[in-house]
Design a protein around this ligand. Sequence first.
Ligand code: NAD
Length: 540
Amino acid sequence: MLLARPGRFFIRSVACSTRALSSRASAVLSALDIPTTPVELDGVYDGTWKGSGDFIESICPATGEILARVKTASPQELHHAIDRTREAYLAIRTMPAPRRGEIIRQIREALFAKREQLGALVSLEMGKIRTEGVGEVQEFVDICDYAVGLSRMMNGRVVASERPGHSILEVPNPLGVVAVLSAFNFPVAVYGWNLSVSLAAGNATLWKPSPTTPLCSIAVTKIISSVLEKNGLPGAVAGLVTGGKDVGEAVVQSKDVDMVSFTGSEHVGRIVGKAVQARFGKALLELGGNNAAIIMPDADLPLAVPAVFFGAVGTAGQRCTSTRRLYLHSSIAPDFISRLQKLYASVAPGDPLDSATLLGPVHTAAALRIHEEAIEDAKASGGEVLTGGTPFAASDLSSHLRGGFFARPTIVRPGTSSVQHPAWSTERFAPVLRVAEFSDLSEAIAWNNGVPQGLSSSLWTRDMRNVGKWIGAEGSDAGIVNVNVGTSGAEIGAAFGGNKSTGWGRESGGDAWKQYCRWSACTINFSDAAPLAQGVSFPA
Ligand code: NAD
């Protein structure tokens, strides 16, 4: 494996004063008006751009090239940004929701106009392939459409009162300041899910993106701030504070942040969840997945095999919904594995900016180590490697990609099927697929449900009895329960999220918007008496 650069991305001072970006990177950044000649970019926006904290480096995962150095938020700038966000909330909370919807519609138009360019930036900075980079921006566009409609449909309820001359209303109001802490693997869409719904609900949002994808957050914030400015709204309606763990911790601990929407690992999510709970704040957690596909003997293999291939290898195995476990009925297992191996043999690593590429890099040098660990775990359990397992040779890569972080997609058969074993129980964020064989559906469902995580799951069958069992009380315990659809990816219309150690959070569609509101039960007495509920009598 090519370990071109150390995993660290923080630096205290900037050593070089000039940099010559490759034409490949310059073209992508210039198309979004991101300067390519100054060394340092401001990484904080609260109505004005600034940044005087530590520097973070944006590194291209495909080449190892430093794309930019970004000035993060100092503690003072962070607190200032939280104050500005609160002021912005006070400014927009009384704006009629459909008016906020009109702002979201304009944001949607501005994002759509830059869809290809932003998609290319996602590919350049995160490493996902071109079609997925553009698809991620499209997801932001889609959720804006959804939020525009939502802005006219965020209805409360009128509830029948037991007391004469009384009405009970359940009323949604804006919540306040919503902080969005996001992961590296969806550097645009996760913010989009939150911003659009949160803004429709009347909140101001402060974004703390992954420290390894600051350019995506700067580009998105510039597009949104231009819309806010055009409409005479404070920029801090959609503010940005780049930074690492320190900035994240300070955001999470701030009593001035009403809700923390956190997307990331189980490890950090556990810390964040406890910290927010300790101050009785509101947390929405979207954490790791360890997603299984189950293939029954009657499955349509020409559909199932490519779906598992995309689920396990797409995004270089770095989606929260990536397929990490494959449970094959023993009657079709040899055939399925041999078909899958042929597809694995056909995929070659390439430049994610090249639209013909299907396999881009993993995101960092650290991810290469995670890939190795996943393979070692399987071997340590007495297992075997069925495909892959070795690093790419330099000759497998074009010369400009030899400083990049490319991991060979791998299939392993652990030596145990015990879901408690680390070879099965942990999410390894890399393209390693673990395989086992089962004899009946109940056994496969028990394995599906036996891990700590509960994000996505997929059953392949044509038998209605299996479908009923899978989606019912005895079925999958995940937040996403698919039939003849892979584990990876989802549409925005349904609420997205997972159960158990995935955090129980729900974002995007469905009823997810309700979490971004402050709900009140309002009992209104329009009678000439003041009766107590439950017939309680208290004469005074
Ligand atoms: P991560 O947990 O390392 O980082 C996520 C964010 O938390 C980053 O912005 C980081 O700077 C910040 N952070 C780190 N330490 C912190 C602390 N102590 N307090 C506050 N913030 C802190 O995750 P990652 O490596 O960027 O992303 C990969 C993970 O995200 C995977 O586990 C993946 O499954 C998960 N993920 C989940 C979903 C979902 O919807 N369920 C979506 C995308 C990614």
